[in-house]
Design a protein around this ligand. Sequence first.
Ligand code: NAP
Length: 472
Amino acid sequence: MNKNSSNTMALAPNTSSKRETVCIFGTGDFGRALGHKMIQSGYPVVFGSRSTQTSSLIPRGAEVFSHAEAAQKAAIIIIAIQRQHYNFLIPLAEILRGKVLVDVSNNLKINQYPESNAEYLAQLVPGAKVVKAFNTVSAWALQSGTLDASRQVFVCGDDMEAKQMVMDIVRALGLTPVDQGSLLAAQEIENYPLQLFPMWKFPILLSLGLTAFLFFYCLARDVIYPYVYDNKDFSFFIAISIPNRICPVLALILLALVYLPGVLAAIIQLYRGTKYHRFPDWLDKWMLCRKQLGLVALAFASLHVLYTLVIPIRFFVRWRISSRIVSQALNNKTEPLNTTNAWLSDSYLALGILGFFLFVLLGITSLPSVSNNVNWREFRFVQSKLGYLTLILCTAHTLVYGGNRFLSPSSYRWYLPNAYMLSLIVPCIVLVVKFVLIFPCLDKPLTRIRQGWERNPQYSEQSNYIINKSAV
Ligand code: NAP
């Protein structure tokens, strides 16, 4: 038999022969759901329970025995019981010798115990072959058949044969086993279902904080100020005008924050003269959530587009346009076309459209289904070169929006500049530093450092030579 066909044999579950009996300890929610799915897939199932009476909840076709009796009927035993009850397995150690014990348990907190539940199980029953699996699948998904979000089953264990047997069952249930290696990986697998969007925490908290700050900032400038000084009620600005100021400001700041850690990393590497020193933790974490920061920025940019599209149908805008026309008619005077303003307005819109188009392109290429289909160079080209181009276009869009209003005193209410001016600070810093880093006197050493060159090598070639010689 050739190599390929043997691989196929290993991967495909054996569907022709009769399936082996599987034992499940525990008739709780998970044990029953898994038993039900296994019976559907053709596995004879026996339950090991403290009570041997069959209830209507037990999947039809399964039998219930005492733990000791059930264990003797199968080579694989799934322990669908909480970790704190594992002690009942100690007296069964002899019966469980040589059996494959599948630990499906989860904890309530990340790193709740010093060792993983699977390692703890292996310590309690040293003669058994422990495999961790199924903990990322919920009882509800198993029972309802809605396994789309959790089709992957992480599997780990020290015994290859035992792991293979469990992976065959996983495949037979229509799920995808993902081999995570030895039992040492169990802790990570147990922590996985407890994580709540870990990479999204910083971008979401940051955008919530900035949204709150900008909301009160715009409220003070655009609603409270005119009320205090001109007795004008612009409180309706809260519905559309203020969100439409906050969204583009946030989109631009967050997009700049995607590229800021990259330039900071470059400065640190140039200063240290090596890439072999770890970055500070905060910078590492910041770099890891750049994709999420970019996607949150894209969400704000999309909202800005939607808010902008409804501007012409707003009552306030229609009232302002008609009152201007009426005032021109009453004064019998037509305002001449201001070509400078026409240019500024069209350029502002054109830059916004192009910037948003590239922004969407960046978002699409960050989707796994797309990024998996481009090579590393193509991905870097899109995310870095097109990313910077997006940042330049969006910054230019905001600069042109400001136009000749930057120095106008009416732009500063209570000495507070307009929100869009604040949004320009971070992107301008990023673009200026990036521009400086392009100069050959900085770019060349940076490229060399990134290829492994060190200004003050920690391990010189001579010392390597001496070490090698003494080793001989
Ligand atoms: P459960 O509904 O509380 O059931 C646990 C079962 O353990 C009980 O029905 C009982 O079965 C048995 N048991 C309870 N106390 C015991 C003791 N002192 N000694 C021996 N057996 C005892 O829990 P579950 O939701 O099915 O969860 C079982 C395991 O699967 C847990 O480790 C959990 O982390 C894991 N898990 C659950 C889900 C889920 O969606 N529920 C998802 C992934 C993983 P008998 O009465 O038959 O003895």
